[in-house]
Design a protein around this ligand. Structure first.
Ligand code: AMP
Length: 547
């Protein structure tokens, strides 16, 4: 059974079971299935022959799930965009999606669009129920209808006793795209990773078996925003198991007082988060098995799992399994898994990230593409049935990172991760990046993305962003910038004050262009950017200069 069939099946046999809950709003399996049926029918009616991916803008409201399912039921992929994405980025993403509709089920749509190609600095007038996307012909430009909460609720109420599933004859399946998730792109523009229904279904066949075996009907923690592919691990694994998804809103995650109360109320049994989020919770002494007595499994992905975190979790939650998984968005969330033992946590640094799931294999390649033997370090290359078809409308980037290979079992997709690692006894170890991609609090960031956006600001000639490390892990970012017209000679007190003001101004300008987690904590102005002998910005010199 594929994921849509499974959900429909639960809606028939356990219609009253809660499928999703935020602490404020909840939906049962019966409601989720029926509402998404009705919305799918409306999408089919309005979009007609246009089967392009549909943006779903919002945060954690249960209608987000209804919208995702409605899109795929109607034969269209969806692209989740979290409310925390700044307006400029929302505009860039919308410009690459050719659907005439944007679903905005979770509050107000605020994605204004700027057009640098015209003389207008701001987007043309935006009405409450539509947005105008400027851009080049053939892309996602033009008027898009915004379907906000009111419109969606009208659609959900529009009954009809007959089986509305007859109204959308062709749900997404097989090699059709199921979702598109945008990640940071080194050129300063986000890139959309395409994931097919087959990729997702192969992933789920495996993810339902991770950790403690009894996941049927369990409560899953959803920490990550839906625009981060880690959320796929909780959202669809939960729905595939007939479980309840407990969505932890950003506001609650940031409010230390209510976070523990909220976790306690959730009754979480399967924990899915980045290690950073678990570390944040560990700082509160209440975070232990008494708070979450039913917790059976910690599922981690997205960044290095530190040994100390595992040991502290094992002390506080002696009955729970700790599972480390690894993979990029481009291979559908995760492709390797290991249940971490105390012995591993005490002896092995870095911890292994695990063995590949069925249908996936790994190669460690040298820069010429030769396969290296066990124990030797090189680039991790992932091959198998969950590797993406590529980046949306970016054949140039797709060709660079992805490839197809003929095998005895037919053609297989492969992806160059740019992660460094090695295999030992069939177990993968990930040792870092080979490029300028970093993970900060679990978020994937291309430093080039920040640098290119800094260089768009007036008066800036060059920008380099350097990660700051604490206890072996990236804790913040510092931007070094040189101006087009550097101040001459000694810096006066007044110039110093102006510099502080300017740094504040730049941060505010950047906030328009980048998500909050990508804004450098410090901005340092340099008279001249240090250069290497071949004329590139000398990152090592700047690393040495860090405050
Ligand atoms: P994302 O596409 O946001 O999931 O980020 C994928 C990248 O996160 C990978 O290419 C790795 O660099 C890193 N990553 C994911 N899982 C792990 C892990 N368990 N240990 C270390 N790094 C990881």
């Amino acid at each position: 059974m594929n994921i849509l069939e499974r959900i429909h099946n639960y809606a028939r046999i356990i219609p009253e079971k809660t499928a999703v809950w935020t602490g404020k709003e909840a939906l049962t399996y019966g409601e989720l299935d029926q509402m998404s049926d009705r919305l799918a029918r409306e999408l089919e009616t309005v979009c007609g022959d246009n089967r392009e991916p549909v943006a779903v803008y919002g945060h954690k409201h249960p209608y987000m799930l209804v919208s995702f399912l409605a899109c795929v039921k109607s034969g269209r992929a969806y692209c989740p965009i979290d409310c925390s994405v700044p307006e400029g980025r929302v505009g860039e993403i919308l410009a690459s999606l050719k659907s005439p509709v944007v679903l905005a089920p979770d509050g107000n749509f605020t994605g204004a669009v700027k057009d640098e190609d015209t003389e207008e600095a701001e987007a043309p007038a935006r009405q409450k129920d539509s947005v105008w996307i400027p851009g080049q012909a053939g892309a996602g430009q033009g008027k898009k209808q915004i379907w906000g909460r009111e419109r969606l609720e009208e659609i959900f109420r529009s009954g009809g006793e007959q089986d509305v599933r007859e109204n959308y004859p062709r749900p997404v399946s097989g090699s059709d795209l199921f979702y598109i998730i945008f990640t940071s792109g080194s050129s300063g523009t986000p890139k959309g990773v395409e994931i097919t229904a087959d990729c997702l279904n192969h992933f789920l066949e495996w993810s339902v078996s991770l950790g403690a075996s009894s996941k049927g009907g369990a409560v899953f923690l959803n920490q990550a925003p839906f625009s981060f592919d880690l959320s796929v691990m909780d959202l669809y694994t939960c729905l595939a198991c007939g479980g309840t998804l407990w969505c932890l809103e950003k506001g609650v995650q940031e409010d230390y007082g209510s976070l523990m109360d909220s976790l306690q109320a959730s009754g979480t049994q399967v924990w899915v988060s980045t290690p950073s989020f678990a570390e944040m919770c560990l700082a509160d002494p209440r975070f232990d098995q008494r708070l979450l007595p039913g917790l059976e499994t910690f599922l981690f992905c997205g960044e290095t799992l530190p040994n100390r975190t595992v040991l502290r979790l094992m002390d506080r939650f002696p009955r729970a399994a700790v599972v480390n998984t690894y993979g990029p968005t481009e291979s559908t969330v995760a492709v390797t898994e290991v249940s971490v033992t105390r012995e591993m946590a005490e002896e092995k640094t870095p911890l292994p990230v695990g063995r590949p799931k069925p249908g996936t294999w790994l190669e460690i390649q040298d820069p010429e593409g030769n396969i290296l033997p066990e124990g030797e370090q090189g680039e991790i290359v992932i091959l198998g049935n969950t590797v993406s078809t590529g980046y949306l409308s970016r054949p140039d980037l797709t060709d660079k990172a992805f490839f197809s290979r003929e095998t005895e079992k037919g053609e297989v997709r492969g992806y160059h991760t740019r992660d460094a690692g090695f295999l030992r006894d069939g177990m993968l170890y990930c040792t870092g990046r080979m490029d300028l991609q970093v993970k900060l609090h679990g978020y994937r960031i291309e430093l080039g993305d920040i640098e290119n956006n800094l260089q768009k600001l007036p008066g800036i000639s060059h920008a380099v962003v350097i990660p700051n490390r604490r206890n072996g892990r990236i804790s913040s970012l510092t931007a070094y910038v040189s101006r087009e017209n550097p101040a001459d000679g000694a810096v006066s007190e007044r110039q110093r004050e102006e510099t502080i003001l300017e740094a504040g101004r730049m941060r505010r300008q950047l906030e328009e262009l980048l998500p909050a987690y990508m804004i450098p904590k410090k901005i340092i102005f340099l008279d001249h950017m240090p250069l290497t002998s071949n004329g590139k910005a000398d990152r090592n010199a700047l690393e040495g200069e860090k405050l």
